[in-house]
Design a protein around this ligand. Structure first.
Ligand SMILES: [Zn+2]
Length: 128
């Protein structure tokens, strides 16, 4: 039984998981400051993937077992849970009216508002 199976699989993937996450992070640029918090969250996800894939590479190099990869992954997930407000700022429902949000708003927009509530808020901000 190969005890390095998962670590070897992650090592074979190379930098691709990190590259995919960083390319997704670039898509936040078009939303500017309206997506700043979720852009940082996307960057934190990329950092977590980088740490886990680097750990897998070290485990394969040092001929350890996947148990260490599991422990490292649990540690990374634990840190992400501690900082969950920064790492997972996503909401499925509107912050104002609890309506179901679309995927673009869930993943990109920091205000977590449905289009109707966003329009109402921007209308009141422009005409106080
Ligand atoms: Zn709403």
């Amino acid at each position: 039984m190969n005890t390095l199976k998962i670590s070897s699989l992650l090592l074979d993937a190379g930098l691709w998981p990190l590259i995919v996450l960083l390319v997704i992070n670039l898509t936040f640029r078009k939303y500017g400051k309206a997506a700043a918090v979720k852009r940082m969250a996307s960057l934190y996800h990329a950092i977590a993937v980088f740490i886990i894939t680097s750990l897998a590479a070290l485990i394969v190099k040092w001929q350890l077992t996947d148990l260490y990869l599991g422990l490292g992954t649990v540690l990374v997930i634990g840190i992400m849970v501690v900082f969950r407000k920064q790492v997972f700022p996503y909401q499925r429902t509107c912050a104002a009216c609890s309506a179901q949000l679309d995927l673009k708003t869930i993943y990109y927009m920091d205000d977590n508002l449905c289009p109707r509530c966003r329009e109402e808020r921007s209308g009141t901000e422009e005409h106080p």
